[in-house]
Design a binder for this molecule. Sequence first.
Ligand SMILES: [Zn+2]
Ligand SMILES: [Zn+2]
Length: 254
Amino acid sequence: MNSRGMTLMRGVADVVFPPACVHCRAIVETSPIDQPVEAERGFRHLCIRCAAQLEFVRPPHCSTCGHPFYGVVEGERMCVKCEGLDPAFRQGWTAVLFKGPARSLVIELKYHRGLHVLADMREVFRRSTALMEQVRGAYLVPVPLHARKSRERGYNQALLLANALAAAAGEETRVQPLLRRVVDTPTQTAFDRRTRMANLKNAFALAPGPALNPALHYILVDDVFTTGSTLNSCARALRRAGALSLDVVTFGHG
Ligand SMILES: [Zn+2]
Ligand SMILES: [Zn+2]
């Protein structure tokens, strides 16, 4: 079906099932179907009021996790939360703060099989200009799920987000799922930091497939930056495999 046909179909679907905002459940007003370009560029699952509440991260921010510094910052590059992390990656960026509507988008994607919100998440990335500058031309490596969890959920949200990020960045940005999760780590929240670190040690290994090329720029992609320990374990696995230029991008910072 051509794009005009797709737009028409979607227009019909929107009349029958008007899209509801994933955050406040209000009906999302979309542009008329004779203005497909504008409709493509807006949010389809966040109403105008909730979209306005998205807190985009602007510089200055922590060089490791991307959390914004408020007010004037001189010389300080890493936030207090990242001080104990000893990052194996160079820098980290995050698009938005993990709260309000951004949190609702992630929850819809991750726990409600809401793959339709990926279009809105791509739009969030597209509007994160500083982050997008880092991503262009890079190879995006999603944080893998263990095979068991991936089967349960039916998809890996980090891989889908990496695809959305690549689509927002343009065709010279590629997705390469280089890692696999070899240890089925228990739910992280049930453990203290030390136990979590021990669980994550050697939890990741190279996946079968194309080899890592040390000359390329790799960016690990995940949905949320919390403690950074999972991302750091992935970064260590890529470093062991020879990655030299390695950064991190997350959708939200929580
Ligand atoms: Zn709303
Ligand atoms: Zn930080």
